[in-house]
Design a protein around this ligand. Sequence first.
Ligand code: AMP
Length: 380
Amino acid sequence: MMFPPPSTIGVLGGGQLGRMLALEARRAGHRIAIFTDEPQGCPAGQFADTEINASYDDTEALNRFLQQVDVVTAEFENIPASCLQAVEAVKPLRPSSKALFTTQHREREKNFLRDQGIACAPFRVVDDLKSLEAAVAELGRPCVIKTAAFGYDGKGQCKVTAETNLADAWKGFEGHRAVVEQWVSFVCEVSVVGARGIDGSMATHGCVENQHTHHILDVTIAPARVEPQIIAQAVELWKAVAEGLDYIGTMAVEMFVTTDGQVIVNEIAPRPHNSGHYTIDACRTNQFQQQQRAVCGLPLGDASQHTPAVMINLLGDIWPAPLIHPDWSPVLNHPRAKLHLYGKREARARRKMGHFTVLGDTIDQALNDALAIRKALGIG
Ligand code: AMP
């Protein structure tokens, strides 16, 4: 079913991804209702027509939200399954609760990839020290233990090297299920962000290169500096994931380009993604506009990139104090740099507060300029 403007899009979650969706959707004439367990005035709520602040298991508040919306999407995946099912019983939820359920949990996500025959690192699921020991013996060292549920940005991960004592390593996972993955030797990390519509049509923004610092995305280089066949493999993997999940909306797939020239899936994000923020300034239709179109059942736009771009994340670490902003002049003085701040009142270490994108005639120019601005801002 189609929900053209001025339909109301309901969004589960109140962070920056919901904020950027709200900005685009309101520009196109939609109304936006946010349901979040964050306090009033959250990043997405600042641009919403309605903001409901309640726990995801508050059925009375959820019903109030559902009465106001035509279609619902999620801006982050860690929403309880009971909430997703309650939403889907009343209003169209795009992507579906099944797609969100699969991708919100590493064990289910890995099993999905294996069942679909989609390339990913060899893995085992473990739930105690004995099964961990067996998994590490089979997969070999190094490998990495990751919590099965609710992990992101490297949280809940432990690398197992030749020196690691498994009993000590397991202490951090006691009582939880975890996925053990073989260590991948990669030349770079890439991702593909794209959207799939209700008619099965797909449009990707291309393939970008991602550099992480302390497991958090730091720099995105768009397009990725890789061979065309790597880009083609990455886009094919994205399509296989989107079709396998019968996905509707914007989705990102993070991948490794291995030292032997293969592309394998690391992680699926069932929503717009940090590595797709460059699309706002560098693509004909950005990832949030595509999300709005796909979720509302409208035709997808032209996702292609018009200008080389580099995106750099702004984490709370560079704020002089929780309420005092850095001096933005290095970004503001550059004619092709764009500052995006997420309206978070308090800065904290490692908290994603914003990003900036630099456009260039070539990717090398964009990267040089972006890194110079990054340095001037004191990001080290
Ligand atoms: P994740 O939270 O799974 O995306 O992991 C965060 C980061 O840890 C990735 O972006 C990689 O840089 C690194 N990493 C995760 N899994 C592996 C692996 N199996 N082999 C090598 N590096 C990994």
